[in-house]
Design a protein around this ligand. Structure first.
Ligand code: ZN
Length: 121
């Protein structure tokens, strides 16, 4: 007679399993269109519809027309570009690494924008 000797089901030796709340980040891939958020208006748009800003070697913010410059980038809509100012949003976008606007970007902004951009953040 085989006396069913079942292994103790509750044999819990102090298993030190750290149970983590494994939060899965579900990436919804819809047609492979990378989206970015405009630093000015916070609208999400396809990356290609935005202007990419990048830092040059001196830490100055420049426009990155090819969207290929290395490092962290920030994005803005073409329509928002004239409103771009060197403020906290830019600082945050570049993780406090931005030193200022590159002269070419400065010129671009000045050429387009009028002097009435005096709104403070
Ligand atoms: Zn925008």
């Amino acid at each position: 007679m085989g006396g069913g000797s079942r292994p103790g089901a509750g044999g819990s030796r102090g298993s030190s399993r750290t149970r983590r709340n494994h939060r899965r980040t579900v990436r919804v891939r819809r047609g492979h269109r990378p989206e970015r958020t405009c630093v000015i208006c916070r609208t999400r748009r396809p990356k290609t519809a935005l202007i990419r800003l990048a830092l040059d070697s001196g830490g100055l913010v420049t426009v990155d027309p090819g969207q290929r410059a290395p490092g962290r980038g920030a994005y803005t809509c073409p329509s928002c570009l004239p409103e771009l100012r060197f403020d906290r949003r830019i600082q945050r976008a570049f993780r406090q690494r931005a030193q200022g606007f590159h002269s070419s970007l400065d010129a671009l902004l000045r050429g387009d924008a009028n002097d009435s951009i005096a709104t403070r953040a």
